[in-house]
Each structure stands twice: as C-alpha cells, then as structure tokens.
Design a protein around this ligand. Structure first.
Ligand code: ATP
Length: 231
C-alpha cells in the first residue's frame, strides 16, 4: 500500500508549515523524515493521519484517501506522548485495543509478548504514573502497535530514551518492518534514519530539501553535509 503525497501544503495564516511536499512512501519499507525543530515533520504526519486539514494537495494510500474507516490499519506514536496515568498498563492497552475492535484475550496475549520483549513483564499491573518517562514511552509504543497496523507512523520515537531503550525500540521496529509493516518515522538525528531507512526526506522550514534513497542521497551529498541537527 503505497502512500502518496502530492503537493501537500499547510499554511497557518501567512506562515507555511509544509510547502508543496510530494513524496512516494513505498509499501513495507521504513521511510525517514529528518529535520530540525519546526521543519514540518509533525504537521506532515498529522495531515497523513487526517488529524489536520491540508491547505492544498492530496494524500492517498493505495490509490484512495485515508479515511477514518482505515484507522484500524494505522498505528500512531505522537510526539506529545499521552497515556492515562491512573490506569494500569493492562487497562490502558486493553482499552485502546478494544477501541480498535480487538478481543480482550487477544490484546492481553499481545501485551504479554511485548512486555516480555521489553523485559518488563511485571509492568502489566503497574499504574502508568508509576513508570519512568522512558518506560511510559515503551507502553505508548505498544499502544501504537498492539493492533498490528499495516502503516505505522512514529513521531520522534527515540527522543528522550536512553541508549539501551533506543536499541530495544529500534530492534522492535526492524522486526515489524520485516513482518511487512510500512513504517514512517521522524528524527532530528541522521544516524537513526541512516541505520533504519531505505528512503528519506530532509525537511527544512516545510520544504523538502532533498529526498530519495539513502544511497543516492549519500552519494550526492556526502554524510557530513546531511547532519541537520545535533540534539
Ligand atoms: P519539532 O521537531 O520541533 O516537533 P516539526 O518538524 O515536527 O518540529 P512542526 O511541529 O510540524 O515541526 O511545525 C512546523 C511549523 O509549523 C513550525 O514553524 C511551527 O511553529 C508551525 N506550526 C505548527 N503548528 C502550528 C499552529 N497550530 N499554528 C501556527 N503555526 C504552527
């Protein structure tokens, strides 16, 4: 299911957040958006998800608009993380899984596997507010993937994580891709994109500065020139 963006633009009054962005995001691949603060990454994701209206342009997924009837096929890790602090991890994920039409037992089985994988099986009964920010992020990631989406959109998934958790999450993302999930993610850091993506787009002030396969981009620019931000 190829995701196509055609001349997608978002303006807020006179300010342009995303400017005529055209992209083809191939199926079952990992596609990276690289850019510093205010580059337009979150705005692009929110338009893909239909959370934000476009000022101009079209977005299609497998030739059709992404409507709410496809929302069960999409997973989203927003940049602004948000979980219900008073719920237990199990309650949190069961609630979100049920909203996506999953059966409770299926949700719990999936959740157990993810907690095992993240080496925190004891978190099942813990309240979200008892977890560190990094561990809350893992739970937020699980909530984005519990329903096995075909398209997964991750907004700066590695920010705020320590290196061990970054590695753990990267491995999980690589596995999902190998299982056939199409993954789009954003980062400030070239090394994450370089390690994970076949294709990428570098955004600066809403404009695609460069896009294409990693190999093409590296050969035309050289690695040193495409480090856009060091956080
Ligand atoms: P960051 O890494 O800081 O999250 P980003 O690449 O995700 O950056 P966006 O959040 O998409 O960038 O913002 C792109 C531009 O649009 C910025 O200049 C931002 O100030 C502007 N912008 C975003 N939301 C609004 C809004 N609701 N009203 C006005 N301007 C906005």
């Amino acid at each position: 299911m190829t995701l196509l963006l055609n001349q997608v633009t978002k303006r807020y009054g006179k300010a342009t957040a995303v400017d005529h962005l055209s992209l083809e995001i191939p199926e079952k691949e990992m596609f990276g958006f690289l850019g510093g603060n205010g580059a337009g990454k979150t705005t692009t994701f929110r338009m893909i998800l239909g959370l934000l209206d476009r000022t101009e342009g079209d977005i299609t997924w497998n030739g059709e608009p992404i409507n709410y009837d496809k929302s069960h096929l999409i997973g989203y890790l927003p940049e602004e993380r948000g979980l219900y602090p008073k719920l237990t991890v199990k309650e949190q994920i069961v609630y979100l899984g049920r909203l996506r039409g999953m059966h409770k037992q299926e949700i719990i089985k999936e959740l157990e596997q993810w907690l095992e994988r993240f080496k925190v099986p004891e978190y099942m009964a813990k309240r979200v507010e008892e977890l560190s920010k990094g561990n809350q992020q893992k739970i937020q990631f699980i909530s984005a993937v519990i329903h096995k989406p075909k398209l997964l959109i991750l907004d700066e998934p590695f920010s705020g994580l320590d290196p061990v958790n970054v590695e753990m999450l990267k491995e999980a993302v690589i596995d999902l891709k190998q299982q056939g999930t199409s993954i789009v993610f954003s980062s400030h850091r070239m090394e994450h994109v370089e390690e994970l993506c076949e294709h990428l787009c570098i955004l600066h002030k809403g404009t695609p500065v460069v896009q294409g396969s990693l190999r093409e981009i590296k050969s035309s620019f050289g690695k040193k020139n495409i480090v856009v931000h060091a956080d």
